[in-house]
Design a protein around this ligand. Sequence first.
Ligand code: NAD
Length: 269
Amino acid sequence: MTVAMAVHGAAGRMGRSVIEVIAQDEDAALVAAIDRAGQPSIGQDAGTFVGRVKPLGVLVSDDVRQAIERAQVIIDFSAPEASIGVLARCVAAKRAAVVGTTGLDAACQEAIDALARVAPVVVAPNFSPGVNVLVALAGYAARMLGESFDIEIVEMHHRNKVDAPSGTAVRLTEVVARARGLDPEWATVMGRSGRPGPRPPSEIGVHALRGGDVIGDHTVVLAGPGERIELTHRAHERSIFAQGAVRAAHWVASQAPGRYDMTDVLGIR
Ligand code: NAD
């Protein structure tokens, strides 16, 4: 069955990639492409805007209300301050959503929980299958190796990324901290400078590198006496996130209300 999808943040790097994936998917229909008022993309055909030869017959618009009326699922890759408004409208319309925006604050998390009470919503800081396997492997390794191995997380992204650390690094930190019986909030140490002194075993260092056009690299270092393991995932193409998000949109369209993540979509929980 064809699923009607709307893209919020349509003119951005991820939004454009999601539009391209939907356009190539016979079982998905793009019914709305939304970005903020005043963007040069507004009023252009979404297909030609993303570089397709043939128009898709959907104009990029700033009309969120109409998009939510038309779509079965809203796919959001925008910014936290924009996501929160769309989520509130999804609650009112009981509309399913896929949220890929990262750097979500407590108010956004509350809005997602409110939506999850009335509609299904998938939230993932990373939609790539590979990263979701990395998260599972990192938790497993942290549990198996125990306290004698120190854990550090290093991520690198392109120079235009606005939030740090990446949502994926935050997720990795949560998983390895819990695997070691630590509170992620207390355990996380962002970078180090000055004279922090010897490293306590209860610490998880997180380091954010920024530069060039790196799509997204994540490494979990587990360093023990006389040896270390480095688990690395590198994204080569932005389209892997878009394909994962569209896969999540198909999946979420037939789910009961609730908050889900990519491990539910991939069936690897
Ligand atoms: P981007 O800056 O290229 O695009 C963001 C888009 O959102 C822009 O077109 C912008 O105009 C639009 N926007 C901002 N405010 C808006 C508003 N009020 N209403 C409507 N549109 C609005 O960023 P990007 O690289 O496409 O990333 C978008 C988000 O997705 C970021 O939070 C990023 O970290 C995240 N991301 C997630 C994944 C994942 O797998 N979950 C992968 C890559 C990026």
